[in-house]
Design a protein around this ligand. Structure first.
Ligand code: NAD
Length: 393
């Protein structure tokens, strides 16, 4: 099958198996080129197939030799459709892990459900005994509450006032005004139910009750703060309320005797961030500035730093005044933000290519689906059906 990108708005409905495998290998190569991590031995990554979760799994496995169990929601290839990128990433990750003699298993299903939590606890008990690091890296538009059966839907909206600003249509290269009405109370509650900390706490309680959590285990969930420019739509909007809840959950889990952290990561192009209005324009300006200053990072650079320089550097874990691990310090540097803010005022369709790193944004977007890997001949037919080793057992 000849696999080409088929982009619909902010998603791509196809993925390239070899391209995805290539970008997984690039992340592995990055980690292998760094100093080894004396870190966790058995790691559970919830949301393991793309973005920050995949990068954490790679850093733990190839930087520290950890056994990893991943949970993700991905689709295999069928009826002439390619698999999802996360499927191909996972297949490649497991293949590389096997070649390196590392344990790697993946459970594909709804992480919000009770059934998947039980399956994960059973698998840990059977194969690993206990886990000493649990990464919570889910990003989802909806969640069915396992107790009530109610499906909650998240919304990316401002709270209180209409948000009016600029945004970019990345594919067309057009800067245009955007106006988003404030969220209703239901939309705020729905977003907190999906992206807040409720499910994280359910996971930690399930793991602890099953006796599969090591006594000194650490758990980390991911958050974002971002600049004044995106504040009304992000941190002070519905998603920000969910992140506040996630951070409060870290405190509640800590009070309950667990070592729970929230790590604040930098803005990067992922399937989730490309769906947030205004953020792609901010990211493409940010990337230009950070690359110029030699500060640019993707998921893998940060997740290596999270393990090597924050969680397992020896000594206490450095946190900010609110108890959060910060990996966004380069993005939030005053000089970086001042430059992005100045460009923001100037940017329009005519000067977009000059002022913003739209090329870099587009390339990262294509690479989410494996369409920008060096050395892959995209004009050659490929077999879309690729098994994930641990699902074949
Ligand atoms: P992503 O879309 O790349 O990854 C989401 C992961 O969740 C995938 O592995 C997917 O399979 C999994 N998933 C989604 N629904 C699931 C379900 N029901 N069951 C099982 N797995 C499911 O997202 P990302 O951008 O890496 O985001 C991960 C976390 O990092 C989020 O909390 C996000 O807010 C945070 N974060 C992202 C950015 C950014 O710029 N992208 C910045 C800072 C923090």
């Amino acid at each position: 099958m000849l696999v080409q990108p088929r982009i619909r708005g902010f998603i791509c409905t196809t993925a390239h198996p070899q391209g995805c495998a290539g970008q997984v290998r690039e992340q592995i190569a990055h980690v292998r080129a760094q100093a080894p991590i004396t870190g966790p031995k058995n790691v559970l990554v919830i949301g393991s197939s793309t973005g920050y979760g995949l990068a954490t799994r790679i850093a733990a496995a190839f930087g520290g030799g950890a056994s990893t169990l991943g949970v993700c929601f991905e689709r295999a290839a069928e009826d002439g459709r390619t698999a999802t990128a996360g499927w191909y990433n996972t297949a490649a990750f497991e293949q590389e892990a096997a070649s390196a003699g590392l344990y790697a298993q993946t459970i594909v299903g709804d992480a919000f459900s009770r059934a998947i939590k039980d399956e994960v606890c059973d698998r840990i008990r059977r194969d690993l005994g206990q886990v000493d690091l649990v990464i919570y890296s889910l990003a989802s538009p909806r969640r069915t509450d396992p107790l009530t059966g109610v499906t909650h839907v998240s919304a990316i909206k401002p709270i209180g006032n209409t948000f009016a600003n600029k945004t970019v249509d990345v594919q067309q290269g057009v800067v245009k005004p955007v106006s988003i009405e404030p969220a209703t109370e239901d939309e705020i509650a729905g977003t907190i139910a999906v992206m807040g900390g409720e499910d994280w706490a359910l996971w930690m309680n399930a793991l602890r009750s099953a006796g599969v959590l090591a006594p000194d285990a650490v758990t980390v969930a991911y958050s974002y703060i971002g600049p004044a420019l995106t504040r009304a739509i992000y941190r002070e909007g519905t998603i920000g309320r969910a992140k506040d809840h996630l951070e409060a959950t870290a405190h509640a889990l800590t009070a309950d005797g667990l070592r729970a952290y929230v790590a604040v990561n930098k803005a990067v192009v992922t399937q989730s961030s490309s769906a947030i209005p205004v953020v792609p324009l901010y990211i493409s300006l940010l990337f230009g500035v950070m690359k110029e200053k030699g500060l640019h990072e993707g998921c893998i650079e940060q997740m290596y730093r999270l393990l090597a320089e924050r969680l397992y550097a020896g000594g206490s874990v450095p946190v900010d005044e609110a108890g959060r691990i910060r990996l966004d310090e380069r993005e939030m540097q005053a000089d970086v933000q001042a430059q992005v803010a100045a460009l923001w005022d100037l940017v329009d369709t005519d000067n977009l290519e000059q002022l913003a790193d739209l090329k870099g944004y587009r390339e990262d977007f294509l690479q989410l689906f494996g369409f920008a890997t060096e050395g892959v001949d995209y004009g050659t037919e490929v077999e879309p059906v690729v098994p994930i080793r641990s699902l074949e057992d």
